[in-house]
Design a protein around this ligand. Structure first.
Ligand code: GCW
Length: 664
């Protein structure tokens, strides 16, 4: 069946694949060698570009000179792996060679990114390969609109791309276009439903698998495999068995049959994502079993089909007593999972949030990385901006993710998180059926950056940002590129400045998590406290006098975090409870730092709004207006954060601002 390039529906933004991004490629003469299904996708991409820009595409043998050769070559000349490719240029021809069909698709998008540069001068042979074989977006999408969480849990971009009116979207064109965007930034897997699996969604595994197959079919031409979140209680809720005990023979048989039926419907199905014994979801604890027992039972059902189970490490006590200072939510993932190292099946991947708490604007890197050397681990990030402005505020997270991925848990000589995460790089998607895909048009940069960092975790995020700018705004005038860089590059630090200080986290409105409420979670069961009193603030997580969390790290981190003197400023309140007068490495006291950063954060947000306003003549009106409107909300929100946080600490501490600015 011929594959056509998906057309984004009228009014939907082409994001980083506008027609003009294909100008250089589309005006050349290209030879394509290979006949596998994804080579057909490559062919239709090039053919489509050529109809727009006057080039020509040939398939099969041809001796005429070509500007570009895209060649599927098996392992001849050395394997590039299933997804890698080589790229070189000489004698007026650019050649991309791949051993596997996915590799050729990624090679094509590499040429698209290079634009005219792909066809200039000479280039020695370069080998491009992804750092990890799984680069996945998890959608927290519900099939039925959930009474509290809506269609997409923590979604800020309209409805679901996959589900509408209680069933799979009838029109798959948008899903295909999404798959194409994802392939162009290197993502190769999608999980299509919320990890909180409600009643309706549980059925996707069995009687409604046909709808998942429909989505898989739309994503397949762009090399994207489909995964599903399943409930651990499926044998009970769907199979009417009396138990879901992972060691029970009938339960194991039930899963084996269910999985076989899934593969009958979706032969290239990727596997399951499981949130078990977490925030009320069922899990193996009910049966006195371990998480390894639970994960391995699913792994063994998936193994005959080459599937993988992604088992989330987000397990903690969400009903803790705020009076109890000994329980520390930050410790939970390590405490639960480190003792299970070596017990997980080969096709079970432990999916670990990048920080020990919950996607805050600043957290240390989870000590789980590096603590399970005999377990396949995946890193989980949050592209959807639950705690970072909910796609109303500009907050480009590239620098934060890059810090996480480059962090070396075992010390300078050891491996980075990017290298340790052999089980994959995963993130919660920020996309929905919004015309700009991501609500805030500039939040597209986060989705793109996640994909590219997953491919190469040691890449410079600023270069990725430039890539995104060049693709999204072809032939971008330098003033626009410079303006976009100014608005985006420091936006994460700006957001950090006007929200919770020095790594302490939260201080958000309970429930929806938008906007400030300094004590919003202080007396709640969720384990997210800051412990501010009249004398000081922060959580003592030292081994000597606190919860012992700092001791979960290897050296040098353990010693560095243990003492307030060596702990990095930006994490001080995560690890230590200090007086307001404690002097930071910056030379400022903690309370003055809080005041200063909150004033600065608002000023920076106002400045970004001003810079954006000055770009009006260079950006299409709809996009400009959408961002401008969001900047109004960001500045309002930033001021609210500033005034609530500053007033709170002035009132608690009684220490006036050195500069006498207005605090309420
Ligand atoms: O960040 C928290 C969110 C929940 C989410 C949970 C998780 C899907 O507030 O909405 O549930 O994390 O990661 O499982």
């Amino acid at each position: 069946m011929p594959i056509t390039v998906p057309v984004v529906p009228e009014g939907v933004d082409p994001a980083w694949l506008p027609p003009d991004a294909f100008r250089a490629l589309g005006s050349r003469r290209t030879l394509i060698l290979g006949s596998e299904p994804l080579v057909k996708t490559v062919h239709s991409e090039v053919a489509h570009a050529c109809t727009q820009f006057g080039g020509e595409v040939v398939r099969g043998a041809s001796s005429a000179p070509h500007d570009l050769v895209l060649r599927l070559a098996g392992d001849e000349g050395g394997s590039t792996g299933e997804e890698g490719f080589t790229h070189e240029r000489g004698a007026g021809t650019t050649t991309v060679t791949a051993s596997g069909q996915r590799g050729l698709l990624y090679g094509l998008f590499h040429v698209v990114r290079l634009g005219e540069d792909a066809f200039r001068g000479a280039r020695p042979r370069e080998v491009h390969q992804p750092a990890t074989a799984l680069r996945m977006l998890d959608h927290w999408d519900n099939v039925a609109v959930h009474p509290v969480m809506g269609q997409v849990e923590r979604g800020y971009a309209g409805g679901s791309l996959f589900w509408q009116d209680g069933r799979a979207h009838g029109d798959s064109e948008r899903v295909r276009a999404y798959g194409r965007l994802l392939a162009a930034c290197g993502v190769n897997a999608v999980s299509v439903n919320n990890v909180n699996v409600h009643d309706v969604e549980a059925h996707l595994l069995t009687d409604r698998i046909g709808e998942v197959a429909q989505i898989a079919q739309a994503l397949r031409p762009y090399g994207i495999r489909t995964h599903l979140s399943v409930t651990f209680a499926a044998p009970v809720v769907l199979g009417r068995l009396p138990t879901a005990d992972p060691l029970d023979e009938a339960v194991r048989e039930w899963w084996a049959k269910a999985v076989a039926a899934v593969y009958a419907a979706i032969p290239d199905f990727g596997g399951f994502v499981v949130k078990a014994d977490s925030e009320g979801q069922p899990g193996p604890f009910t049966y006195g079993r371990t998480h390894a027992d639970g994960a391995n039972m699913l792994a063994s059902a998936l193994a005959p089909h080459d599937g993988t189970v992604h088992w989330r490490a987000f397990v903690y006590d969400h009903r803790q007593d705020w009076r109890d200072r000994a329980t520390d939510r930050a410790r939970a993932a390590y405490d639960h999972f480190a003792p299970l190292d070596g017990k997980f099946a080969d096709n079970a991947v432990l999916q670990v949030k990048h920080g020990p708490m919950d996607f805050q604007v600043r957290e240390p890197v989870s000590p789980v990385f590096g603590a399970l050397p005999r377990t396949r681990v995946a890193v989980e990030m949050q592209v959807t901006q639950e705690y970072t402005g909910q796609q109303k505020h500009v907050c480009w997270l590239g620098p934060m993710w890059s810090e996480v991925l480059r962090f070396r848990p075992e010390g300078e000589q050891g491996r980075s998180v990017g290298e340790l995460a052999t089980g994959g790089s995963v993130a919660v998607s920020n996309a929905g059926d919004d015309p700009f895909w991501t609500g805030h048009p500039l939040a597209q940069a986060n989705l793109y950056t996640f994909g590219r960092l997953s491919w190469r975790p040691d890449a410079d995020p600023l270069r990725i940002l430039d890539e995104w700018i060049a693709l999204t705004f072809p032939a971008v005038p330098e003033r626009l590129a410079a303006g976009l860089r100014t608005v985006l590059r420091n936006s994460w630090r700006t957001y950090e400045k006007y929200t919770a200080p020095l790594g302490v986290g939260f201080m958000v409105q309970p429930g929806h998590h938008y906007g400030p409420a300094v004590d919003g979670y202080e007396y709640s069961p969720w384990g997210t406290y800051h412990f501010a009193d009249r004398d000081g603030i922060g959580v003592d997580r030292s081994a000597a006098t606190g919860t012992g969390y700092a001791g979960q790290y290897s050296e040098p981190w353990s010693a560095r975090y243990e003492s307030a003197a060596s702990c990095p400023d930006e994490l001080l309140l995560f690890f230590h409870h200090v007086p307001y007068g404690h002097v930071l490495k910056s030379g400022k006291t903690v309370v003055q730092h809080i005041y200063d950063t909150h004033f600065e954060g608002v000023e920076e947000a106002e400045e970004a709004r001003r810079v954006w306003a000055g770009l009006a003549d260079l950006v299409e009106p709809a996009r400009h207006a959408r961002v401008a409107e969001r900047f109004e909300e960001q500045v309002r929100g930033a001021r609210e954060w500033r005034d609530q946080v500053n007033s709170y600490f002035l009132r608690k501490s009684g220490v006036p601002d050195e500069r006498g600015r207005t605090i309420y």
